[in-house]
Design a protein around this ligand. Structure first.
Ligand code: 6GU
Length: 234
């Protein structure tokens, strides 16, 4: 089977990435050969005798900065082997990553993702190499690894064959700007709590209408921003 997407992740703490990439859906996708995810330790590309990858910021300020040399060298080693569609930098000072970005990236063949670390990275990396930058939300993480995993997971699950029919991405929250309706499973009665009667009616049309109404109400209440998009796209 030919791999439809290869993701190369560049990090100074590659061990942070291994466990999440070796479990559950991403793990199965890699095992099935549907997605190839390779992690690169930027220290391995450092020409410094102590494998240093960071230094003090010119002009002063708190925190260290990722130096350009290991990133440029890793990048060059990779592009000498294949063409890349995107070189993504994960950083909080960037546009927010959305399902639309995941959908777009899932159509690519080769992407590189650089995880930000320390106070940030030398701007020349961003100016010369990076083609897209994403933040995953308005809060600060201690590094870009968790954010890179968010991108890898959200993209991998869109690759045909990664999810079974039952889990199909077509029925996801966000698929059509609406959040999912509540779900119930057996038993129908639990500690005196019963499920909505309509779900046991066997009337598929009524159930569909109920689910849509629940999705709309829930979205309107907790994500009015998404609800507005939904109304505009109707
Ligand atoms: Cl991509 N990186 C870091 N360090 N913090 C974040 C983020 C990324 N997105 C939101 N917070």
């Amino acid at each position: 089977m030919t791999v439809s997407l290869r993701i190369d992740i560049l990090s100074v703490v590659p061990d942070m990435l291994h466990s999440p990439l070796n479990h559950s859906i991403i793990h199965n996708a890699r095992e099935k050969g549907l997605v190839d995810i390779q992690v690169h330790n930027l220290r391995d590309y450092s020409t410094d005798k102590h494998r240093k990858v960071d230094d003090y910021p010119f002009g002063g300020g708190a925190g260290m900065v990722l130096t350009p040399q290991p990133v440029f060298d890793c990048y060059e080693a990779l592009i000498s082997q294949r063409d890349y569609d995107e070189f993504i930098f994960m950083t909080p000072d960037a546009p927010q990553y959305t399902q639309r970005d995941a959908n777009m990236l899932s159509t690519k063949s080769n992407i590189m993702i650089l995880c930000g670390h320390y106070k940030g990275v030398d701007q020349r990396i961003r100016d010369e190499l990076v083609t897209a930058e994403y933040s995953i939300g308005d809060y600060v993480l201690s590094g870009g690894e968790i954010a890179a995993l968010v991108v890898a997971d959200s993209v991998a699950r869109l690759i045909p064959g990664v999810l079974g029919d039952a889990e199909s991405a077509l029925s996801d929250s966000f698929m059509d700007d609406l959040l999912d309706a509540p779900l119930y499973t057996r038993p129908a009665e639990f500690r005196g709590l019963s499920i909505p009667e309509i779900l046991r009616s066997g009337d598929h049309k009524k159930v569909r209408e109920w689910k849509l109404k629940m999705s709309e109400d829930k979205t309107k209440t907790i994500r009015p921003d998404l609800y507005k998009l939904y109304l505009n796209n109707q």
